[in-house]
Design a protein around this ligand. Structure first.
Ligand SMILES: C[S@@+](CC[C@H](N)C(=O)[O-])C[C@H]1O[C@@H](n2cnc3c(N)ncnc32)[C@H](O)[C@@H]1O
Length: 340
């Protein structure tokens, strides 16, 4: 049997792989069919019509152009729709189909390299990845803000928050029980697979899946917030926070879950939430597995620190380092990786 060593990509290759993903229709279908996401952007943009009407907008990572179109619907006089992947060709068609060619200028290129003829009053962007920071697109938005946004300009959405909670993962329980039940079905005892299955499941580090509100074991804690009008590259390059929970009852804790919200400003702010207590979005929730399940009871205290940063090998990937202590158990440290 030959062992395939995973090839390391250089930075240029990593970037072209990243933009290739956005050249396909599937990812745009997934995003636009996420009603929670797309309606929150629509409402967040339309409710900010007073700031957008007659103004110039930059759409960072315009994709198929839907947010640029919402901005024209809110009264923008001009939108620069900057998109690095070849999906921008479709954005040109969508703009034409909506008869907005006089207002929306689609520009192919990265926002870090394109030249605009003027500064803008508003920046709009949908930059959020899994656990908020996967894909690291926020750094492009901050670059664009620093270079192209007028002093008094606004950024939509303008605020982001990150949350964490301990959870039970019922799928893990089911998958661990499975090997003991094979004998009932097929007459072959495979229960010896259980420790191996446990190791594989608990080793998967970060998964992206739907967490049900009833599987959350304590009140969630907001561990970081970002004011996008002023956030710096340094700040987003190492997001730190701490948490302290008291568990609701007796259960097996398998993981921590991390999710985010972003908010559009205004008299009636619009909140786009990816919480397990709200309607599902395509971001679902990030699940950070402990090395082994821990039993908690009512009021078990869980404390710790979390640090999120881009991975060294590929800055589009995410590294989450946690130190945590569950009740009387020894304090643990674990690095979780997404995308590696
Ligand atoms: C999450 S999608 C959002 C697409 C679209 N705005 C929407 O809401 O449906 C992000 C888009 O930004 C593009 N993008 C990411 N980084 C970029 C950059 N630095 N410059 C230009 N486009 C970028 C990607 O190719 C992708 O199409």
């Amino acid at each position: 049997m030959s062992v395939n060593k995973r090839r390391k990509y250089d930075r240029g290759e990593q970037e072209s792989l990243y933009f290739d993903c956005y050249s396909d229709v599937s990812i745009h279908e997934e995003m636009i069919s996420d009603k929670v996401r797309t309606n929150a952007y629509k409402l967040g943009i339309l409710r900010n019509y007073a700031a957008i009407r007659g103004k110039v907008v930059l759409d960072v990572g315009a994709g198929t152009g839907i947010l640029s179109i919402f901005c024209v619907q809110a009264g923008a006089s001009k939108v620069y729709a900057v998109e690095a992947s070849s999906i921008c060709l479709q954005a040109v068609e969508v703009v034409k189909q909506n008869k907005m060619e006089d207002k929306i200028i689609v520009i192919k290129g990265t926002v870090e390299t394109v030249e605009l003829p003027e500064k803008v009053d508003v920046i709009v962007s949908e930059w959020m990845g899994y656990a908020l920071m996967y894909e690291s697109m926020l750094s492009s938005v901050i670059f664009a803000r620093n270079k192209w946004l007028k002093e008094e300009g606004i950024i939509l959405p303008s605020y982001a928050e990150l949350f964490i909670a301990p959870i039970i993962d019922p799928t893990t329980e089911w998958r661990l029980d499975f090997w003991g039940k094979v004998k009932e079905r097929y007459g072959v005892d495979m229960s010896c697979m259980e420790p191996f299955a446990r190791k594989c499941i608990m080793n998967q580090e970060i998964a992206v899946n739907c967490v049900s509100g009833e599987d959350v074991l304590a009140h969630p804690v907001r561990f970081a917030e970002l004011d996008l009008q002023v956030a710096t590259k340094e700040e987003i390059g190492a997001i730190r926070g701490s948490f302290s929970f008291r568990c609701f009852g007796s259960d097996s804790m398998h993981a921590f879950s991390v999710w985010f919200t972003v908010a559009f400003p205004g008299e009636k702010p619009v909140l786009l939430s990816t919480s397990p207590f709200k309607e599902e979005t395509h971001w679902k929730q990030a699940i950070l597995y402990l090395s082994e399940a821990v039993q908690v009871i009512q009021d078990t205290e869980i404390t710790g620190d979390i640090r999120m940063c881009p991975s060294e090998d590929n800055p589009r990937h995410l590294k989450i380092h946690m130190k945590y202590k569950v009740g009387e158990h020894e304090s643990q440290e674990k690095t979780f990786r997404m995308g590696e």
